[in-house]
Write a protein that binds this ligand. Structure first.
Ligand code: SF4
Length: 245
């Protein structure tokens, strides 16, 4: 199922202190490095229920909501519709929503692309990608996450040096909530193998030279042997959109 909205969320009941205590308990139980995703997600589903959401960019990370849905049917999957996606990414979203027992929520920025162009000038992504990502990714996700107590990400340690110390369960200071990096120790090959074994649709661009996929204007193909994320914001010194900072 897919829905398009920015406002409907289940709301929070626990305080930040109560949520932090849950993180400490989880870190004692699962450790701070490698944990079995099924064990972590079974705990997350039981602890948070509908107050758990999954963020998914509809690239290789569709395996994450697929995994979560085996523990929590109907889980909300948050997809950021920036207005700049490849058609293959939207196609992946629709196929995934059709095939798996999840509720894909398509989150929209406040401004459409034409409205942003009118206010900031065309191709803001070339001139100020930080501002563009802030308006089209970070702010819509912030608004949505305010209505949940925990979120699951597809963040993996091997992706960037910034992610090298990520734990399976963390305190998210920015969002004041629990952050669950369910496949934090998986490699790209591990992700692909899981998708194949479990018939999870992944973005077809992955096998066409795009191992990391974001918005079309900010993603290029990478050469064999090149850093998989070298194709993101290539040449502008940016490596993260900001949602994991
Ligand atoms: Fe804008 Fe590029 Fe960020 Fe997409 S990835 S929101 S187009 S700067």
């Amino acid at each position: 199922m897919t829905t398009t909205d920015v406002t409907t969320t289940p709301g929070r009941e626990r305080s930040a202190e109560e949520l932090k205590a849950l993180v400490e308990d989880a870190q004692r139980r699962f450790g701070e490095r490698d944990a079995d995703p099924d064990e972590v997600l079974a705990w997350a589903a039981e602890t948070f229920g509908k107050k758990l959401a999954v963020a998914c960019s509809m690239a290789s990370d569709t395996v994450v909501p697929a995994l979560v849905s085996t523990h929590l049917k109907g889980v909300d999957v948050l997809f950021l519709e920036t207005g700049y996606h490849f058609p293959e990414t939207l196609q992946t979203r629709d196929e995934f929503a059709r095939d798996w027992p999840v509720n894909v929520r398509t989150l929209l920025p406040e401004l459409t692309v034409p409205e942003q162009d009118e206010k900031y000038g065309a191709k803001l992504h070339d001139r100020d990608p930080g501002l563009c990502c802030g308006m089209r990714k970070v702010a819509p996700l912030d608004r949505a996450l305010a209505g949940y107590e925990a979120w699951v990400t597809g963040l993996r340690r091997e992706e960037t040096p910034h992610r090298a110390n990520a734990a399976p369960v963390e305190w998210d200071e920015h969002h004041q909530m629990v952050k669950i990096n369910a496949i934090v120790d998986w490699t790209f090959d591990h992700v692909v193998a899981y998708a194949e074994e479990n018939l999870v649709v992944v973005n077809p661009l992955l096998s066409q030279g795009y191992p990391s996929i974001g918005c079309a204007p900010c993603t290029r193909k990478v050469a064999p042997g090149e850093d998989p994320r070298a194709g993101r914001w290539s040449g502008v010194g940016k490596t993260e959109c900001g949602i994991h900072l």
